[in-house]
Design a protein around this ligand. Sequence first.
Ligand code: NAD
Ligand code: ZN
Length: 342
Amino acid sequence: MKALAKSHAEPGIWMIDAPVPEPGHNDVLIRIRRTSICGTDLHIYHWDEWAQKTVPVPMITGHEYSGEIVALGEGVDGFAVGDRVSGEGHITCGYCRNCRAGLRHLCRNTVGVGVNRQGAFAEYMTLPAYNLFKLPDEVSFDLAAIFDPFGNAVHTALAFDLVGEDVLITGAGPIGIMAAAVARHVGARHVVITDVNDERLALAARMGVTRGVNVARESLEDVMAELDMTEGFDVALEMSGVASAIDQLLDAINHGGKVAMLGIPPGEMPIDWSRVIFKGLTIRGIYGREMFETWYKMASLIQSGLDLEPVITHRVAADDYEQAFAIMEEGSSGKVVMNWDS
Ligand code: NAD
Ligand code: ZN
Protein backbone atom coordinates (compact mmCIF):
# COMPACT_ATOMS: atom_id res chain seq x y z
CA MET A 1 0.00 0.00 0.00
CA LYS A 2 0.98 3.64 -0.38
CA ALA A 3 1.97 5.39 2.84
CA LEU A 4 3.52 8.71 3.79
CA ALA A 5 6.32 7.96 6.20
CA LYS A 6 9.12 9.46 8.16
CA SER A 7 11.62 7.04 6.62
CA HIS A 8 14.82 8.85 7.55
CA ALA A 9 15.91 10.78 10.65
CA GLU A 10 16.14 14.06 8.73
CA PRO A 11 13.72 16.75 7.49
CA GLY A 12 11.14 15.56 4.95
CA ILE A 13 8.46 12.95 4.44
CA TRP A 14 8.41 10.19 1.86
CA MET A 15 5.72 8.23 -0.04
CA ILE A 16 6.68 4.59 0.46
CA ASP A 17 5.34 1.16 -0.40
CA ALA A 18 4.43 -0.55 2.90
CA PRO A 19 2.74 -3.88 3.68
CA VAL A 20 -1.00 -3.69 4.46
CA PRO A 21 -1.15 -4.18 8.28
CA GLU A 22 -2.94 -7.21 9.78
CA PRO A 23 -5.65 -6.46 12.35
CA GLY A 24 -4.78 -8.15 15.67
CA HIS A 25 -7.16 -9.24 18.41
CA ASN A 26 -9.73 -6.44 19.07
CA ASP A 27 -8.40 -4.44 16.10
CA VAL A 28 -10.07 -3.35 12.89
CA LEU A 29 -8.53 -2.72 9.48
CA ILE A 30 -9.60 0.63 8.03
CA ARG A 31 -9.35 1.67 4.42
CA ILE A 32 -8.40 5.33 4.73
CA ARG A 33 -10.42 7.69 2.52
CA ARG A 34 -9.34 11.15 3.72
CA THR A 35 -6.69 12.51 6.04
CA SER A 36 -5.92 15.98 7.25
CA ILE A 37 -2.65 17.59 8.28
CA CYS A 38 -1.99 18.73 11.86
CA GLY A 39 0.70 21.06 13.19
CA THR A 40 2.22 17.93 14.77
CA ASP A 41 2.79 16.50 11.29
CA LEU A 42 4.72 19.67 10.40
CA HIS A 43 6.95 19.19 13.47
CA ILE A 44 7.62 15.64 12.30
CA TYR A 45 8.23 16.85 8.74
CA HIS A 46 10.79 19.40 9.94
CA TRP A 47 12.34 16.88 12.33
CA ASP A 48 12.58 19.44 15.12
CA GLU A 49 13.89 18.71 18.61
CA TRP A 50 10.51 17.43 19.84
CA ALA A 51 10.14 15.08 16.85
CA GLN A 52 13.68 13.76 17.19
CA LYS A 53 13.15 12.75 20.79
CA THR A 54 9.56 11.49 20.34
CA VAL A 55 9.16 9.74 16.98
CA PRO A 56 10.89 6.44 16.19
CA VAL A 57 11.88 6.01 12.52
CA PRO A 58 10.48 4.56 10.29
CA MET A 59 7.00 5.84 11.14
CA ILE A 60 3.90 6.26 8.98
CA THR A 61 2.67 9.67 10.13
CA GLY A 62 -0.80 11.24 10.43
CA HIS A 63 -3.60 10.95 12.97
CA GLU A 64 -6.50 12.92 11.42
CA TYR A 65 -8.47 10.55 9.22
CA SER A 66 -11.71 9.01 8.08
CA GLY A 67 -12.38 5.77 6.26
CA GLU A 68 -14.33 2.54 6.22
CA ILE A 69 -13.85 -0.76 7.96
CA VAL A 70 -12.65 -3.51 5.59
CA ALA A 71 -11.77 -6.28 8.08
CA LEU A 72 -12.36 -7.13 11.73
CA GLY A 73 -9.83 -8.80 13.98
CA GLU A 74 -10.86 -11.49 16.44
CA GLY A 75 -13.12 -10.44 19.31
CA VAL A 76 -14.42 -7.18 17.79
CA ASP A 77 -18.03 -6.43 18.73
CA GLY A 78 -20.23 -3.52 17.73
CA PHE A 79 -18.61 -2.79 14.37
CA ALA A 80 -19.10 -4.29 10.92
CA VAL A 81 -17.27 -4.32 7.61
CA GLY A 82 -18.47 -1.27 5.65
CA ASP A 83 -18.97 1.00 8.68
CA ARG A 84 -17.85 4.56 8.02
CA VAL A 85 -15.56 5.69 10.82
CA SER A 86 -13.14 8.17 12.24
CA GLY A 87 -11.48 7.62 15.57
CA GLU A 88 -9.37 8.64 18.50
CA GLY A 89 -5.70 9.07 17.77
CA HIS A 90 -4.90 8.69 21.45
CA ILE A 91 -4.56 5.05 22.43
CA THR A 92 -4.96 4.76 26.17
CA CYS A 93 -3.72 2.05 28.52
CA GLY A 94 -7.01 0.98 30.08
CA TYR A 95 -5.42 0.15 33.45
CA CYS A 96 -4.30 3.47 35.00
CA ARG A 97 -6.52 5.14 37.59
CA ASN A 98 -8.02 7.66 35.14
CA CYS A 99 -8.69 5.05 32.47
CA ARG A 100 -10.42 2.90 35.04
CA ALA A 101 -12.50 5.92 36.09
CA GLY A 102 -13.62 6.44 32.49
CA LEU A 103 -11.41 9.52 32.15
CA ARG A 104 -9.41 8.18 29.25
CA HIS A 105 -8.34 11.61 28.01
CA LEU A 106 -6.33 11.88 31.23
CA CYS A 107 -4.47 8.59 30.73
CA ARG A 108 -0.83 8.98 31.73
CA ASN A 109 0.28 6.27 29.28
CA THR A 110 -1.25 7.66 26.08
CA VAL A 111 0.27 6.47 22.80
CA GLY A 112 -0.25 8.63 19.70
CA VAL A 113 -1.28 7.33 16.29
CA GLY A 114 1.25 8.52 13.70
CA VAL A 115 3.61 9.64 16.47
CA ASN A 116 4.38 6.58 18.62
CA ARG A 117 2.65 3.95 16.48
CA GLN A 118 2.01 3.59 12.72
CA GLY A 119 -0.37 6.28 11.51
CA ALA A 120 -3.12 7.20 9.11
CA PHE A 121 -1.32 8.73 6.10
CA ALA A 122 -1.71 5.42 4.28
CA GLU A 123 -4.21 3.44 2.26
CA TYR A 124 -4.87 1.17 5.27
CA MET A 125 -4.44 1.39 9.03
CA THR A 126 -5.25 -0.88 11.96
CA LEU A 127 -6.66 0.49 15.18
CA PRO A 128 -8.17 -0.95 18.37
CA ALA A 129 -11.93 -1.07 17.77
CA TYR A 130 -12.36 0.76 21.08
CA ASN A 131 -10.91 3.89 19.47
CA LEU A 132 -13.37 4.04 16.58
CA PHE A 133 -16.29 6.38 16.20
CA LYS A 134 -19.07 5.40 13.79
CA LEU A 135 -20.08 8.31 11.58
CA PRO A 136 -23.68 9.39 11.11
CA ASP A 137 -24.75 9.82 7.46
CA GLU A 138 -24.70 13.62 7.75
CA VAL A 139 -20.94 13.60 8.30
CA SER A 140 -18.96 13.37 5.05
CA PHE A 141 -15.54 11.68 4.85
CA ASP A 142 -14.01 15.15 4.32
CA LEU A 143 -15.56 16.50 7.50
CA ALA A 144 -14.82 13.36 9.50
CA ALA A 145 -11.14 13.70 8.57
CA ILE A 146 -11.01 16.86 10.71
CA PHE A 147 -12.88 15.39 13.68
CA ASP A 148 -9.66 15.11 15.68
CA PRO A 149 -8.95 18.89 15.69
CA PHE A 150 -12.69 19.67 15.72
CA GLY A 151 -12.72 17.59 18.90
CA ASN A 152 -9.99 19.77 20.40
CA ALA A 153 -12.19 22.79 19.61
CA VAL A 154 -15.33 21.20 21.06
CA HIS A 155 -13.57 19.89 24.16
CA THR A 156 -12.18 23.39 24.84
CA ALA A 157 -15.31 25.35 23.94
CA LEU A 158 -17.56 23.15 26.07
CA ALA A 159 -15.22 23.17 29.08
CA PHE A 160 -17.31 26.05 30.50
CA ASP A 161 -20.90 27.21 30.07
CA LEU A 162 -21.02 29.68 27.15
CA VAL A 163 -24.74 30.40 27.00
CA GLY A 164 -25.24 34.16 27.02
CA GLU A 165 -21.56 34.72 27.80
CA ASP A 166 -19.00 36.97 26.14
CA VAL A 167 -16.24 34.74 24.82
CA LEU A 168 -12.71 35.66 23.82
CA ILE A 169 -10.73 33.29 21.61
CA THR A 170 -7.03 34.01 21.17
CA GLY A 171 -5.70 32.44 17.94
CA ALA A 172 -7.75 32.03 14.75
CA GLY A 173 -6.00 28.89 13.52
CA PRO A 174 -8.28 26.09 12.35
CA ILE A 175 -8.99 25.04 15.93
CA GLY A 176 -9.72 28.58 17.17
CA ILE A 177 -12.06 29.13 14.22
CA MET A 178 -13.94 25.90 14.89
CA ALA A 179 -14.21 26.79 18.60
CA ALA A 180 -15.66 30.17 17.59
CA ALA A 181 -18.28 28.43 15.46
CA VAL A 182 -19.17 26.15 18.37
CA ALA A 183 -19.40 29.08 20.82
CA ARG A 184 -21.78 30.86 18.45
CA HIS A 185 -23.82 27.70 17.85
CA VAL A 186 -24.35 26.98 21.55
CA GLY A 187 -25.53 30.50 22.36
CA ALA A 188 -22.67 32.76 23.39
CA ARG A 189 -23.45 36.51 23.14
CA HIS A 190 -20.26 38.07 21.76
CA VAL A 191 -17.58 35.83 20.24
CA VAL A 192 -14.42 37.86 19.71
CA ILE A 193 -11.39 36.20 18.11
CA THR A 194 -7.85 37.56 17.88
CA ASP A 195 -4.98 36.79 15.51
CA VAL A 196 -2.22 38.57 13.63
CA ASN A 197 -3.17 37.07 10.26
CA ASP A 198 -5.91 38.76 8.19
CA GLU A 199 -6.63 35.69 6.06
CA ARG A 200 -7.36 33.65 9.15
CA LEU A 201 -9.53 36.41 10.60
CA ALA A 202 -11.44 36.54 7.30
CA LEU A 203 -12.09 32.81 7.64
CA ALA A 204 -13.25 33.34 11.24
CA ALA A 205 -15.67 36.01 10.01
CA ARG A 206 -17.32 33.37 7.83
CA MET A 207 -17.92 31.24 10.94
CA GLY A 208 -20.13 33.85 12.59
CA VAL A 209 -17.84 35.60 15.05
CA THR A 210 -19.03 38.95 16.39
CA ARG A 211 -15.68 40.52 15.68
CA GLY A 212 -12.21 39.46 14.53
CA VAL A 213 -9.37 41.57 15.91
CA ASN A 214 -5.96 41.82 14.31
CA VAL A 215 -3.98 42.57 17.44
CA ALA A 216 -0.97 43.60 15.35
CA ARG A 217 -2.77 46.84 14.53
CA GLU A 218 -6.02 47.01 16.55
CA SER A 219 -6.55 47.25 20.28
CA LEU A 220 -8.72 44.63 21.91
CA GLU A 221 -9.69 47.24 24.50
CA ASP A 222 -11.14 49.49 21.78
CA VAL A 223 -13.14 46.57 20.39
CA MET A 224 -14.51 45.81 23.84
CA ALA A 225 -15.59 49.44 24.21
CA GLU A 226 -17.17 49.31 20.75
CA LEU A 227 -19.19 46.25 21.86
CA ASP A 228 -20.12 47.98 25.11
CA MET A 229 -18.35 45.35 27.15
CA THR A 230 -17.53 47.34 30.21
CA GLU A 231 -16.46 44.53 32.53
CA GLY A 232 -14.54 42.06 30.39
CA PHE A 233 -14.99 38.62 28.90
CA ASP A 234 -16.68 35.89 30.89
CA VAL A 235 -14.85 33.00 29.25
CA ALA A 236 -11.61 32.83 27.25
CA LEU A 237 -10.34 30.01 25.05
CA GLU A 238 -6.57 30.17 24.47
CA MET A 239 -5.75 28.67 21.08
CA SER A 240 -2.49 30.31 20.01
CA GLY A 241 0.20 29.16 22.45
CA VAL A 242 1.65 32.68 22.14
CA ALA A 243 2.78 34.51 25.33
CA SER A 244 1.55 37.97 24.28
CA ALA A 245 -1.89 36.56 23.45
CA ILE A 246 -2.14 35.02 26.90
CA ASP A 247 -1.05 38.30 28.47
CA GLN A 248 -3.80 40.09 26.55
CA LEU A 249 -6.31 37.45 27.59
CA LEU A 250 -5.50 37.99 31.28
CA ASP A 251 -6.11 41.72 30.78
CA ALA A 252 -9.39 41.32 28.92
CA ILE A 253 -11.07 38.72 31.10
CA ASN A 254 -13.48 39.76 33.84
CA HIS A 255 -13.01 38.95 37.52
CA GLY A 256 -14.20 35.42 38.17
CA GLY A 257 -13.61 34.57 34.51
CA LYS A 258 -12.91 31.10 33.20
CA VAL A 259 -10.02 30.21 30.92
CA ALA A 260 -9.60 27.00 28.91
CA MET A 261 -6.05 26.58 27.61
CA LEU A 262 -5.44 24.44 24.50
CA GLY A 263 -2.60 26.27 22.69
CA ILE A 264 0.81 24.77 23.36
CA PRO A 265 3.59 27.30 24.04
CA PRO A 266 6.87 26.36 22.36
CA GLY A 267 8.74 26.42 25.68
CA GLU A 268 8.57 27.74 29.22
CA MET A 269 6.33 30.79 29.43
CA PRO A 270 6.19 33.31 32.28
CA ILE A 271 2.74 34.34 33.54
CA ASP A 272 1.77 37.29 35.73
CA TRP A 273 0.15 35.11 38.38
CA SER A 274 -1.07 38.09 40.42
CA ARG A 275 -3.72 38.76 37.76
CA VAL A 276 -4.88 35.15 38.01
CA ILE A 277 -5.10 35.48 41.78
CA PHE A 278 -6.65 38.94 42.12
CA LYS A 279 -9.16 38.25 39.39
CA GLY A 280 -10.05 34.90 40.93
CA LEU A 281 -9.73 33.12 37.59
CA THR A 282 -10.40 29.47 36.94
CA ILE A 283 -7.89 28.02 34.47
CA ARG A 284 -8.22 24.59 32.92
CA GLY A 285 -5.73 22.85 30.65
CA ILE A 286 -7.27 20.90 27.78
CA TYR A 287 -5.65 17.91 26.13
CA GLY A 288 -7.15 15.87 23.32
CA ARG A 289 -10.79 14.94 23.36
CA GLU A 290 -12.98 13.28 25.97
CA MET A 291 -13.48 9.66 25.05
CA PHE A 292 -16.05 9.59 23.80
CA GLU A 293 -18.31 12.36 25.03
CA THR A 294 -16.57 14.90 22.80
CA TRP A 295 -17.13 12.66 19.77
CA TYR A 296 -20.87 12.37 20.42
CA LYS A 297 -21.06 16.15 20.88
CA MET A 298 -19.23 16.71 17.59
CA ALA A 299 -21.67 14.54 15.67
CA SER A 300 -24.64 16.18 17.40
CA LEU A 301 -23.35 19.67 16.68
CA ILE A 302 -23.13 18.84 12.97
CA GLN A 303 -26.56 17.17 13.05
CA SER A 304 -28.02 20.26 14.72
CA GLY A 305 -26.80 22.49 11.91
CA LEU A 306 -23.26 23.60 12.74
CA ASP A 307 -21.59 24.28 9.37
CA LEU A 308 -17.88 23.50 9.39
CA GLU A 309 -17.40 23.27 5.63
CA PRO A 310 -15.62 26.68 5.32
CA VAL A 311 -12.86 25.41 7.62
CA ILE A 312 -11.70 22.98 4.92
CA THR A 313 -9.95 25.39 2.58
CA HIS A 314 -7.88 22.93 0.53
CA ARG A 315 -8.44 19.48 -0.90
CA VAL A 316 -5.41 17.73 -2.36
CA ALA A 317 -4.71 14.23 -3.72
CA ALA A 318 -2.46 12.23 -1.38
CA ASP A 319 0.12 11.95 -4.19
CA ASP A 320 0.43 15.75 -4.07
CA TYR A 321 1.44 15.67 -0.41
CA GLU A 322 4.34 18.10 -0.94
CA GLN A 323 1.82 20.71 -2.08
CA ALA A 324 -0.43 19.93 0.91
CA PHE A 325 2.45 20.36 3.38
CA ALA A 326 3.52 23.60 1.66
CA ILE A 327 0.00 25.06 2.08
CA MET A 328 0.04 24.14 5.78
CA GLU A 329 3.50 25.56 6.17
CA GLU A 330 2.37 28.92 4.86
CA GLY A 331 0.13 29.28 7.95
CA SER A 332 -2.86 31.09 6.40
CA SER A 333 -5.03 28.12 5.44
CA GLY A 334 -7.85 26.37 7.22
CA LYS A 335 -7.67 22.57 7.21
CA VAL A 336 -5.93 20.83 4.31
CA VAL A 337 -7.58 17.49 3.47
CA MET A 338 -5.73 14.79 1.50
CA ASN A 339 -7.72 12.34 -0.60
CA TRP A 340 -6.51 8.70 -0.59
CA ASP A 341 -9.07 7.35 -3.11
CA SER A 342 -7.14 6.00 -6.06
P1 NAD B 1 -2.28 27.24 14.44
O1 NAD B 1 -0.82 27.36 14.70
O2 NAD B 1 -2.77 27.04 13.06
O3 NAD B 1 -3.04 28.50 15.06
C1 NAD B 1 -2.48 29.40 15.97
C2 NAD B 1 -2.91 30.80 15.54
O4 NAD B 1 -2.44 31.73 16.51
C3 NAD B 1 -2.32 31.21 14.18
O5 NAD B 1 -3.36 31.57 13.28
C4 NAD B 1 -1.44 32.41 14.56
O6 NAD B 1 -1.40 33.39 13.52
C5 NAD B 1 -2.16 32.91 15.80
N1 NAD B 1 -1.38 33.88 16.59
C6 NAD B 1 -0.04 34.16 16.55
N2 NAD B 1 0.25 35.19 17.36
C7 NAD B 1 -0.92 35.58 17.94
C8 NAD B 1 -1.26 36.61 18.87
N3 NAD B 1 -0.33 37.42 19.39
N4 NAD B 1 -2.57 36.74 19.22
C9 NAD B 1 -3.50 35.92 18.71
N5 NAD B 1 -3.23 34.92 17.81
C10 NAD B 1 -1.95 34.77 17.44
O7 NAD B 1 -2.76 26.02 15.35
P2 NAD B 1 -4.11 25.18 15.44
O8 NAD B 1 -3.96 23.92 14.66
O9 NAD B 1 -5.31 26.02 15.22
O10 NAD B 1 -3.99 24.79 16.98
C11 NAD B 1 -4.11 25.80 17.98
C12 NAD B 1 -3.17 25.55 19.14
O11 NAD B 1 -3.58 24.38 19.85
C13 NAD B 1 -1.71 25.31 18.77
O12 NAD B 1 -0.88 25.93 19.75
C14 NAD B 1 -1.57 23.80 18.85
O13 NAD B 1 -0.24 23.40 19.14
C15 NAD B 1 -2.47 23.50 20.02
N6 NAD B 1 -3.04 22.15 20.08
C16 NAD B 1 -3.23 21.63 21.32
C17 NAD B 1 -3.84 20.39 21.46
C18 NAD B 1 -4.09 19.84 22.82
O14 NAD B 1 -4.55 18.70 22.93
N7 NAD B 1 -3.83 20.62 23.87
C19 NAD B 1 -4.24 19.67 20.33
C20 NAD B 1 -4.06 20.25 19.06
C21 NAD B 1 -3.46 21.49 18.95
ZN1 ZN C 1 -4.48 4.88 31.13
